[in-house]
Design a protein around this ligand. Sequence first.
Ligand SMILES: *Cc1c(COP(=O)(O)O)cnc(C)c1O
Length: 468
Amino acid sequence: MNAEEFRRSGHQLIDWIADYQNHVEQYPVMSQVSPGKIRAKLPAAPPSHGESFDAILRDVDEIIMPGITHWQSPNFFAFFPSNNSGPSILGELLSAGLGVQGMLWSTSPACTELETHVMDWLVDLMRLPPAFRSTSTGGGVIQESASSAAVCALVAARERATEGRTNRFGADGTLTAYISTQTHSSIEKAVRLVGLGSDNLRLIDVDERFAMRPERLAKAIRDDRAAGRRPCFVCATIGTTSSTAIDPVRRIGEICRAEGLWLHVDGAMGGTAALCPEFQPMFDGLELADSYCFNPHKWMFTNFDCDCFFVADRASLIRALTILPEYLRNKATESGAVIDYRDWQVSLGRRFRSLKLWFVLRCFGVEGLRERIRRHVALAGELAEWIRRDPRFELAAPVTFSLVCFRHRGGDEPTQRLLDALNGSGKIAVSHTRLDGKLTIRFSIGQTNTERRHVEAAWQLIRQFADA
Ligand SMILES: *Cc1c(COP(=O)(O)O)cnc(C)c1O
């Protein structure tokens, strides 16, 4: 592909994406293909000689599109959103176009400095603890995911608790970590990855709102100490995956401070709400956290992958992760005047991810972002009210952000039938969880372009299929 072909194909692809955005509501939201259907249409081997971009794009339409679930449909209400927007797509494209590798400040200074700056913007905008600012003791870094952020937080916690000995000698099996029964599975994965082991992870009970019971946490820590173990890490969540429950971060943080444990706060979905001043009280106690993350790739109109990870003391993180081989030595690093983000993450290499976040912040403007978040939260409140008033349904959890959890009062069987009918209709997509042991439908509002009419139509569909 020469420069002129690139220009032509690039324009063609942008047109294709713009048309897709215009027509996304016309597709069945959940892909209806059976396993193996897409692969069966693909040739056994790649072509020996280059093909035209037109031919490739034709196959995208014919082979790929039937296997797409339309996460960018405003009728997508499953899981949590993985939304995008015009500016984020363009930021991603520019990142690919520049193709820089930002492992060190010196390998592309703008890649590091824009990231640091945008992360500091977010601290101010969201009124996050001042220690998370790069100008203080901490700082922010963009990770690929909340899961990766959890791994980094846990390694830092582990090394702080063992004064760097685990990095040298390996884990000794005595460290313990604490989450609630509602915490995302990525934390258990991180516990395995960093060598603590699932058996050393304690699942703390939750209250009737699905929030961690801090007194149970305190007791579990005491019991472990009495048994000769070494508690080192707690993860609290602001907006759990099943029901967007909010753990009592302040009380948990006080326990962590008193006991010398690392507190990581996971705000993967809910975190974006802190853009709005009226939701900032939901983040009470965050200044007691050692680390915190949230995902613009969920609810901040910035396409996957983009997780914002903040630490209060960057030295703990860097000490745990840095190794300086000869081939990476450079004057800027040795001067101590720059950030080398390779020391803040699992991988060495890194893309210019802050471009898309910067584009989003600038194109939407803070008020534009807030307007959408508020709209989604208000729509969730309205839907919850309609559900409350219909005797066939019950709400399964408090509505904190933009997720509505509900079920059929008839129990799991009619709830399952409703779930299948909704997803089978192709008109909307929803997902499920279990709360209090009962099957629950999760209706998550957060796609960039979801408006009242989409939620209204979905509610009509729910009523129609309620007695399916
Ligand atoms: C979605 C989610 C995660 C995982 O997010 P990734 O960025 O995909 O790793 C972690 N925690 C919570 C609370 C989530 O909702």
